[in-house]
Design a protein around this ligand. Structure first.
Ligand SMILES: [Zn+2]
Length: 162
C-alpha cells in the first residue's frame, strides 16, 4: 500500500510541477517568443483589412453597371404601355436597351450607345444627336437640362403639337 500511495504522491507532485510550469509560462511569458508571434497576430489584421478593401471593390464592381446606366443625370425610367412594353416618349432621347428616358440634349448613354429620339411632329425615329428631323425638317435644338428651367409653356417647336 505505501508504495502505491507513494506513486500517487509522486504523480500528484509531477502534475503539480507541470501545472506550476505551465502557470509560470503564462504568468512569466517568454517575451522573445511573444515578439516573434506579433507578425502572426498582425497578419490576420492585415488580411482582414485587405478583405475589407476587396469587399469594397467587389461592392463597387457590383454597383458599377447600375451607376453606369444611371450616370446620365436626370434619366428616368421609360413608361410602359398596357402590354408592359416600353413606350418610347416623343421628343425626348431614350434607349430601349436601358429602358431609360434621358434629358433633352443627351445623345448617348454613359457607355456610348447612341440614343434615339422620336420626332414630335412626324413621329419618325432618328438618332438623338441629329437635331434636324430628316423627314419633316423640325429642329429639336434644345439644350440639355433646359426642360427643368422651363416649367410652363410649350417646348420650342412643340406648340403646334401640344
Ligand atoms: Zn419629323
Amino acid at each position: 500500500m505505501p508504495p502505491v500511495s507513494g506513486d500517487l504522491a509522486t504523480s500528484i507532485q509531477q502534475g503539480w510541477t507541470g501545472f506550476l510550469d505551465l502557470v509560470s509560462k503564462v504568468v512569466n511569458p517568454d517575451w522573445g517568443a511573444l515578439v516573434a508571434l506579433i507578425p502572426l497576430l498582425i497578419a490576420p489584421l492585415v488580411a482582414l483589412l485587405l478583405l475589407a478593401m476587396l469587399g469594397r471593390w467587389t461592392v463597387f464592381g457590383l454597383l458599377k453597371p447600375r451607376a453606369k446606366v444611371r450616370h446620365v443625370e436626370g434619366a428616368r425610367a421609360m413608361e410602359r404601355d398596357g402590354d408592359g412594353l416600353l413606350a418610347p416618349p416623343v421628343g425626348a432621347p431614350f434607349s430601349l436597351r436601358t429602358g431609360l428616358v434621358y434629358p433633352f440634349g443627351t445623345a448617348r448613354t454613359d457607355d456610348g450607345e447612341d440614343l434615339a429620339v422620336i420626332c414630335p411632329l412626324c413621329r419618325v425615329e432618328r438618332f438623338a444627336q441629329i437635331t434636324t428631323c430628316g423627314n419633316c425638317g423640325l429642329v429639336l435644338n434644345v439644350r440639355r437640362g433646359i426642360e427643368i428651367a422651363r416649367p410652363a409653356g410649350p417646348p420650342p417647336g412643340g406648340a403646334a403639337i401640344a
